[in-house]
Design a binder for this molecule. Structure first.
Ligand SMILES: [Zn+2]
Length: 83
């Protein structure tokens, strides 16, 4: 199950925008879902990942970004690459 909205919480309130990306960390064959993010918070989060791993807020391992935008978007902008 993918939470449909951005899971970033700022000052006690959840962002709540539609999420476009799932962040997960893979360690020793296991994968943990960390958060689902909207476009804005995806950029912020990406900058902070290294730091968050250093201070132990995130498990160390390979960070994976999985876009959950509808696949059709690129297809419209760049029709040559349509399947
Ligand atoms: Zn957000």
């Amino acid at each position: 199950m993918i939470p449909p909205n951005c899971s970033i919480i700022i000052e006690g309130r959840q962002c709540g925008l539609t999420s476009t990306c799932i962040i997960s960390v893979a360690t020793d064959g296991e994968e943990y879902m960390i958060a689902t993010l909207c476009d804005d918070h995806f950029v912020d989060f990406k900058k902070q990942i290294k730091y968050m791993q250093e201070i132990g807020k995130l498990p160390k391992g390979n960070v994976r970004f999985q876009m959950i935008k509808p696949v059709g978007t690129d297809c419209v902008l760049n029709s040559k690459n349509c399947p």
